[in-house]
Ligand binder design. Sequence first.
Ligand code: PLP
Length: 388
Amino acid sequence: MAGRNSLFIPGPTNMPERIRLAMDVNTEDHRALSAPDFMVPLFEDLKKIFRTEKGEVIVFPSSGTGGWEAAITNTLSPGDKVLTARFGQFSSLWIDSCRALGIEVEDIDVPWGEGAPVTQIAERLAADTQHEIKGVVVCHNETATGVTSDVKGVREALDACNHPALLYVDGISSIGAIEFEMDAWGVDLAVAGSQKGFMLPTGLGIVGVSQKALQAGETALCPRFYFDFKMMINQTRTGFGPYTPAMGLLRGLRASVDVLLEEGMGNVWQRHHRLAEGVRQAVAAWGLSTCAKTPAWQSDTVTGVMVPEHIDGQEIVKRAYQDYNLSLGGGLTQVAGKLFRIGHLGDLNECMLFSALGGAEMVMRDLGMDIEPGKGVGAAIEYWHKNK
Ligand code: PLP
């Protein structure tokens, strides 16, 4: 197919040339005496992305799912109970993985398009006077629906009743892109993956761990070996890990951390908000709605665009790829066919986003939808023009 693929899936994301080139390195001796000179500052700087000074950041050679398996098995024992809410594919997968690992899950069912129900969580925690709940699990950014949850609100709910449960946050499609404050929000386990905000290929599960979570590891009985925090913390502190590190990806991670810190986390979050708002203006101009039910839930990294009942969202995704070399995200499980998703995170700017918005318009017109040419693109232009 002629021309470049326009990549607007919500991860893996577009990779800046600087990051791609940083990974083009020859094989390295990961046990060389100089290895700590590279490793130790990298792990220190990673903390600035997670916004933690008190915690540690551990990097596993895995996808994000490995990172969350590590978060669970390093801090809980079989039979322990966690409280969580189910409002999309990824929040549901957390529940499945906890259960598969022998953890009891109390889950609150929430309509897809909403996020973590802070009031209900607060009520359940307040009623748990015996502190049977050992962890509260929040999917910060539900990539399947384009919904962002209020992690700070969940921390406040824990604090309001002095509940000692650990706070687990899936930040796989939020960390490095939208506001995330590990220390200020009292997050104990913060899980990220390399292929979203970090703009790298898939292959690193990056986990922020509070001192309280490390302490919990002393008594946690879930079996673990490859994903053991204690073994990996040595890599964080000394530069030498328990097994062969993915050096190429770590070289890329160094460049990624540099790119993010040079822009400044506040600016990164602001850019994502501004770009996302342009996309939302386009969706409104098309006469469509977002899967996120109210503006408060709308994610700045991915937008789920609901399609009319007679249109198959999956067909939009298929035609976009087939006819225009444009990659959009499809609907998953409960919302399969009901929406398509535009990922807008990572290395992105307005002009890149025009290809997603313009391409989506063309496909919707091809499918017979009543979309005036340029309507969505025009609305985004107007918003970005007025909000420089
Ligand atoms: N959680 C969220 C919110 C995600 O978006 C994803 C992947 O898209 C995952 C978890 C799973 O991560 P991975 O595919 O890196 O294992």
